[in-house]
Design a protein around this ligand. Structure first.
Ligand SMILES: [Zn+2]
Length: 276
């Protein structure tokens, strides 16, 4: 995509924050656990629990989708690709039928222009699919894997679970299983970068970040049993305006970005721009 061919102004945004678990958590590995349980947790090469960037991005996307659909804005909308929930309009980024004509036309336009012409995608893709990605296009928001900050505090333990019959909601005594959990108090740093985003997309990101800040986040499995609750602390934001030569130069030559002093104010201002 040639970002300077369009009239919109684009930004690059980097957000860093610390997260701290206020409960134990279980981010399942799908394999047997180190503590001898049936369900282990995801671990890094040092055998420490870690949070894959893709998992964090999925949680962030869900948060933004939920808020976008709750706010019922005119031009900004979410199809709910991730949750399959909100089908107010049909988005070609999400679950369209294979024979959908618009999907094929948009895809053809994109391929034949080598990614330069995305007008059909922009017209027919929801705001969330455009920012986070869909089967049609790659997203422009990246989140790194998060590794533990206080490895010395890590304690692995095993919990018993009871199988629940999903239809009746009752427990099935015959199905007993156990799973590993990482303890409360573990800390991580999350780093996300949004590339070539519009002012409007910064508003979407701001919505999600402020929601995380106020409500915390739920990570991993068994969250309905009180696991996986984390709080967000120390958010920092830096950005560059790609239409400004001085900012672009400083970034390309020295990796410099403008750091915001008042993060809350910055996010509030972006939100005000999308919510009239
Ligand atoms: Zn969509």
């Amino acid at each position: 995509m040639n970002i300077f061919s369009k009239e919109s102004v684009y930004y690059r945004l980097k957000i860093e924050m610390k997260i701290r678990f206020v409960t134990a958590f279980h981010l399942g590995s799908g394999m047997e656990g180190e503590a001898g349980s049936d369900n282990g947790i995801m671990t890094d090469p040092n055998n420490m629990p870690f949070l894959p960037g893709s998992s964090i991005k999925g949680i962030f996307r869900s948060t933004v989708e939920r808020l976008v659909s709750a706010l019922r804005m005119e031009k900004i909308w979410a199809c709910g690709l991730q949750n399959g929930l909100y089908s107010t309009k049909s988005c070609i980024g999400g679950g369209v039928a294979k024979e959908n004509k618009t999907y094929h036309e948009a895809n053809k336009q994109y391929q034949e222009s080598n990614g330069d012409d995305i007008s059909l995608i922009e017209q027919n893709c929801c705001s969330v699919c455009q920012l986070f990605g869909s089967p049609l296009t790659a997203g422009r928001l990246y989140i790194d894997d998060a590794f533990i900050n206080n490895a010395e505090d890590f304690v692995l333990s095993k919990r018993d679970g009871v199988g629940i019959n999903r239809d009746s909601g009752t427990s099935m005594d015959s199905v007993k299983y156990d799973y590993d959990v990482a303890n409360t108090g573990l800390k991580y740093a999350i780093s996300m970068e949004a590339q070539e985003v519009t002012e409007q997309e910064m508003g979407l990101i701001a919505l999600g970040i402020l929601e995380w800040k106020h409500a915390g986040i739920r990570i991993g499995g068994k969250t309905t049993r009180g696991l996986g609750h984390a709080v967000i602390e120390d958010i920092s934001v830096s950005h560059i305006d790609l239409s400004r030569v001085d900012e672009r130069k400083a970034y390309l030559l020295k990796g410099e970005m403008k750091r915001e002093n008042n993060v809350d104010e910055f996010f509030q201002e972006k939100i005000d721009k999308i919510i009239a």
